[in-house]
Design a protein around this ligand. Structure first.
Ligand SMILES: Cc1ncc(C[n+]2csc(CCO)c2C)c(N)n1
Length: 224
């Protein structure tokens, strides 16, 4: 029931402090100035490979729940295409780091990865289409914003520069805008109560986005 642009502004104002905290995080500043220790980057890419497998499934659930055919096609194509592109990037980065996607798959799923993917799965399985879209949106939006922010300075480290390029790429900004358009429309078609749930799902996912960087920085493992 809220106008699309107003709703997008409300969603962004909910998560902007998290975006600012991500930009200030030593993982991100280290990517930009090249000081990020390789083990933290490798932890991130390895956990992200686990994350992407579940994320692709969550996008197919969004496709299943969508009311409009164009949203069905969009989420199905993102699940098949956009996630595959990221997986290719990860396979390349893992090879550069001296390991393989197969070996990375044998590394356990760490606590924050499991918590975030479980949150996404629960939102998409149990929630409405609006809640599912709210949960997947920060993943796109924060990466598009972080990528654009980092591109300005690049990175002296060629591996980190390659990662930054992927998320600053205009095609990545396009897929983000497609999901934002779908989110604005579903809000317009939803009740005020459902809009609140959608915003809560988005805020929760944005918090996990911050935690995901932080977990890699801490080289998070299961304590027991
Ligand atoms: C923790 C984490 N959050 C977001 C992304 C970015 N991302 C992953 S799947 C997808 C949708 C289609 O490509 C996007 C934007 C990531 N890689 N890892």
């Amino acid at each position: 029931m809220t106008d699309g642009n107003q709703f997008k502004a409300a969603l962004w104002s909910d998560i902007e402090h998290i975006y600012q905290a991500i930009l200030a995080h030593p993982f991100i500043t280290g990517l930009a100035d090249g000081t990020l220790p390789r083990p933290a980057f490798q932890h991130f890419i390895t956990q992200d490979a686990h994350y992407l497998r579940d994320y692709a499934r969550v996008l197919t659930l969004c496709a299943t729940k969508a009311a409009h055919e164009e949203d069905v096609a969009m989420f199905a194509s993102h699940s098949a295409g956009a996630v595959a592109a990221e997986q290719e990037l990860h396979a390349w980065l893992l090879a550069e780091l001296g390991t393989t996607a197969d070996d990375a798959a044998d590394v356990p799923v760490m606590p924050t990865t499991l918590a975030y993917t479980s949150y996404l799965m629960a939102s998409a399985y149990r929630g409405s289409y609006a809640e599912a879209v709210g949960a997947v949106l920060p993943c796109y939006w924060l990466y598009a914003r972080v990528g654009t922010h980092l591109r300005a300075a690049g990175s002296p480290d060629p591996l980190y520069a390659r990662w930054i390029e992927a998320y600053a790429d205009p095609s990545f900004q396009d897929v983000t805008n497609e999901v934002l358009t779908a989110a604005a429309r579903v809000a317009w078609e939803s009740s005020a109560g459902m809009e609140i749930l959608m915003r809560q799902r988005s805020l929760g996912a944005a918090r996990y986005e911050y935690l995901f960087w932080d977990a890699a920085w801490r080289l998070e493992e299961w304590p027991v």
